[in-house]
Design a protein around this ligand. Structure first.
Ligand code: AMP
Ligand code: MG
Length: 370
C-alpha cells in the first residue's frame, strides 16, 4: 500500500455575521486561499447549511481520489457535485429536463440534490461509476463564496470518516480528518443538521433516494407526486436493486451499539425508561438520545435518570430542531463510556423522515415498536 504523507491541516475561522452575502466573502484572503488549494487539487472542508462537506475539484479524477482516500469511502459510493449558481448545472449534464429545472428553481440554493444523466466532463470516479450525477447548490455564504472563487464544480461528501456521524461543527471535522485535509473553514454550527434530500430526476416521476433537509411534502407542493425509494423506509430487509449506492452502507453510527424505539408518548416514554433500566440491570452503561418531552415525563413520574448519559435532541414537536442536533448528540455519546445507546424515535412526517432514516441507520436497523 502507498504510504500517505500526513497533511498539515489549517483550521481557518470565517466570520459569518447575520445577513452576510457570498459576494462579501468571495474576495477575502481565507476564501481565496481555500479556492486556490481546491484548484491545485487539494482538499478543503467547508460548512454548508446541511453538514460540513469535504471538497475537491469535482472534474479532476486525481483530486476526487483524495476525497475517497481521506474518508475511507467505498469507491462505488458516489459524490455530490456542488455548484455556485443554478445555470452551472448546464455544464455538468447534457440536458436539464423541465422537472429538474423546476426543482432547481424552487429549492436552490438549498438542501436538495438532483440526480440526472451525467455529461462527459464528469469523471467516473466522482459518480462511483454510475452514468448519472448528483448536483446541488448549497445555501451557505461560505460554501457559495468558495464555489464562486474556485470556479469549478466541487465534489463534496460529508466531511467525516466513512460510516461515522456527519459533522455539523468544524471540531467534528478536525476530530475525523485532521492530517488528511489541507484546510478546514470554520463557519460555526450548520443550521439544517442532516444531509440534502437526494431526488432521482431521470424518470417522469421524481424519486427520493435519500430523505433530507427538504421534505417530501415540500417537494410535492411544487411538482405533484413524489415517490419514495423503498430502501428509504428501512426497518425491514428490502430486496431488489439499490438505486442509490449510499443506501447499502452502515452509516451515521456511534461507537456503542444503538437501538431505536418508536411509538407515541406516554407509552413510548414508559417503555423507553423500562428498557434503560433493563439494560442497566444487565450491566450496560446507558446513553440516551431523547426529546425534551421525555425529561418532562421523568419529572412528572419521579424517574431519576441521572445515572444515564442523556443527550437531548430537542422537542418532538419540532423535527427541524431535532435534525440540527442528532449528529452532535451521537458524537457526544461517543465521547462517554456508554456501552448501549437508546434512541427515541419521532414522527416521520416532514423533516422527521430524514431524522428517522438517520436514526434507523445509526441503530443498524435494530428497532423496537411499542
Ligand atoms: P454524502 O455526500 O456523504 O452525503 O453522500 C452522497 C449520497 O448521495 C450518496 O451516498 C448517494 O446515496 C447519493 N448519490 C450521489 N450520487 C448519486 C447518483 N448518481 N445516483 C444516486 N445516488 C447518488
Ligand atoms: Mg456522508
Amino acid at each position: 500500500m502507498e504510504v500517505k504523507v500526513q497533511k498539515k491541516t489549517k483550521l481557518r475561522p470565517v466570520a459569518v455575521p447575520p445577513g452576510v452575502e457570498p459576494e462579501d466573502l468571495v474576495n477575502t484572503p481565507v476564501i481565496q486561499e481555500a479556492a486556490r488549494v481546491l484548484r491545485e487539487g487539494g482538499l478543503v472542508a467547508f460548512p454548508t447549511e446541511t453538514v460540513y462537506g469535504l471538497g475537491a475539484t469535482g472534474l479532476d479524477s486525481e483530486a476526487v481520489a483524495g476525497v475517497f482516500a481521506a474518508k475511507g469511502r467505498p469507491a462505488d459510493n458516489p459524490l455530490i457535485l456542488h455548484i455556485a449558481a443554478v445555470e452551472d448545472l448546464q455544464q455538468i449534464v447534457p440536458e436539464v429536463p423541465p422537472l429538474a429545472r423546476t426543482l432547481a428553481q424552487s429549492f436552490w440554493p438549498g438542501p436538495l440534490t438532483i440526480v440526472l444523466p451525467k455529461g462527459p466532463v464528469v469523471p467516473a470516479i466522482t459518480t462511483g461509476g454510475l452514468n448519472t450525477v448528483a448536483v446541488r447548490m448549497p445555501d451557505h455564504p461560505v460554501a457559495l463564496a468558495l464555489l464562486a472563487a474556485a470556479g469549478v464544480p466541487v465534489a463534496a461528501p460529508s466531511a467525516n470518516i466513512s460510516g461515522r456521524p456527519s459533522p455539523t461543527e468544524a471540531a467534528h471535522v478536525m476530530a475525523d480528518l485532521q492530517g488528511k485535509v489541507d484546510i478546514i473553514l470554520d463557519g460555526g454550527s450548520t443550521s439544517v443538521g442532516v444531509e440534502s434530500t437526494v431526488v432521482d430526476c431521470t424518470g417522469p416521476v421524481p424519486v427520493i433516494l435519500r430523505p433530507g433537509g427538504v421534505s417530501r411534502e415540500a417537494l410535492e407542493e411544487v411538482v405533484g407526486r413524489v415517490e419514495l425509494d423503498p430502501h428509504v423506509q428501512g426497518g425491514e430487509e428490502i430486496h431488489g436493486p439499490v438505486r442509490s449506492p449510499g443506501m447499502k452502507y452502515r452509516h451515521y453510527a456511534p461507537e456503542a451499539p444503538a437501538v431505536l424505539i418508536r411509538g407515541e408518548p406516554p407509552e413510548l416514554f414508559r417503555r423507553l425508561t423500562a428498557l434503560a433500566n433493563e439494560l442497566e440491570a444487565q450491566g450496560e452503561t446507558i446513553g440516551l438520545m431523547v426529546s425534551r418531552e421525555l425529561l418532562g415525563y421523568w419529572r412528572e413520574h419521579g424517574v431519576d435518570g441521572s445515572r444515564w448519559q442523556v443527550a437531548v435532541m430537542g422537542s418532538r414537536t419540532n423535527p427541524s430542531e431535532i435534525a440540527a442536533n442528532i449528529y452532535r448528540c451521537l458524537r457526544e455519546l461517543d465521547e462517554t463510556d456508554v456501552t448501549q445507546i437508546i434512541l427515541e424515535g419521532i414522527s416521520a412526517r416532514g423533516v422527521g423522515l430524514a431524522v428517522m432514516n438517520r436514526l434507523q441507520k445509526a441503530a443498524a436497523n435494530r428497532i423496537i415498536d411499542v
